[in-house]
Design a binder for this molecule. Structure first.
Ligand code: HEC
Ligand code: HEC
Length: 286
């Protein structure tokens, strides 16, 4: 079954990709957070205002915007600079909101923020994201409240007490961490069932239909099947993920966060591709 999203406007081209220096041991928590938020996690793909051409509005980084309209809900991503509600939350409260979807008042943050994935963010990376958000210039911008016509569950799961770091490196394990908790590739690229992406049975199989001003895009099969990525070289996969370019030169549509993914370090991109090669083969959803 296809789950249909109607997305009004997600960044297509973004700002030019920055050179991605390799991370060093001297990296601070804020630097790690900046790398994640502005790079592979791409929070701004939903939270940063964009202009008519789909580019982020200068000086409004992460200040909130309209994200999606669907039959079930209309979603706005709030201002997450210190001028937004998050400015009044403690670090622990902000961390819980990002990883578990619970605001300090006990209300649940709704979709499409990818909580099935963010629940796996490590303690260190979660603290790094919070530390970086605290350093953002406060930008005054208020977006309307989201309107959910469906009841949200009481929670996305039991409380998450602690998640250990996955050691960084060009390994399948770290690639899986990037594809899941950090960059939520697997949320868009796995078909939705009644309770969310069907990760146990249809991991990476594609088929999600996403509608926006660009028309309709269908999330591709990214398993190791011939319908998926089997026929592509590593370089070709890297170009699709970071440059929105297929080997035949045809452009790729939003809302995949290409400009953010382009800021991944070479090692992270290599780990990600190493992991994609291990996703069990599945044919396209028919
Ligand atoms: C796919 C789109 C999407 C992505 C990616 C996303 N968010 Fe969100 N986020 C939303 C939406 C939509 C809401 C509001 C939902 C609602 O109104 O209940 C939200 C809510 C929030 C809130 C609650 C703020 C408040 O004032 O209630 C925080 C904090 C937050 N996001 C942080 C982040 C961070 C940090 C990242 C990146 C690690 C991120 N989000 C990535 C869509 C997204
Ligand atoms: C917000 C949803 C979204 C996220 C997040 C996302 N993608 Fe995609 N992806 C898509 C859509 C939609 C397409 C199809 C675009 C088109 O056909 O023009 C696509 C296409 C692709 C393709 C092209 C495959 C082919 O055969 O054409 C690859 C490879 C890919 N994505 C990998 C990834 C990886 C790896 C990540 C995480 C780092 C990721 N995607 C994150 C939505 C997403």
């Amino acid at each position: 079954m296809h789950h249909k999203l109607l997305i009004a406007s997600l960044a297509l081209s973004g700002f030019a990709s920055l050179a991605a220096p390799s991370q060093t041991a001297a990296e601070t928590l804020e630097e790690r957070g900046a790398y994640l938020v502005e790079g592979p996690a791409g929070c701004g793909n939903c939270h940063s205002p964009i202009d008519d051409t789909g580019n982020p509005v200068l000086g409004q980084n992460l200040a909130g915007r309209f994200v999606i309209e669907m039959p079930e809900f209309t979603a706005y991503a709030p201002n997450i600079t210190p001028a937004g509600a998050v400015g009044t939350w403690s670090d622990a409260e902000l961390a819980r909101a990002i990883r578990e979807g619970l605001r300090p008042d006990g209300s649940l943050i709704g979709p499409p923020m990818p909580f099935s994935m963010y629940r796996g963010l490590s303690d260190t990376d979660l603290s790094a994201i919070v530390a970086y958000l605290r350093t953002l210039p406060p930008v005054e911008n208020t977006v309307p409240l989201s309107d959910y016509k469906i009841p949200l569950p009481p929670a996305y799961g039991p409380p998450v007490d602690t998640v250990a770091d996955i050691p960084r490196g060009v390994t399948v394990d770290y690639g899986a961490y990037l594809a899941g908790p950090v960059a939520h590739c697997l949320e868009c690229h796995t078909p939705f069932g009644p309770t969310g992406p069907m990760l146990d049975t249809d991991l990476g199989r594609g088929g999600l239909i996403i509608e926006g001003p660009w028309g309709i895009s269908i999330a591709s099969n990214i398993t190791s099947h011939a319908d998926g990525l089997a026929e592509y070289s590593d370089g070709e996969i890297a170009d699709m993920v970071t440059k929105a370019q297929r080997p035949d030169g045809s452009p790729m549509l939003p809302p995949m966060p290409y400009p953010y993914l382009a800021r991944m370090t070479e090692d992270d991109l290599a780990a990600l591709i190493l992991y994609l090669r291990t996703i069990p083969p599945l044919p396209d959803v028919d």
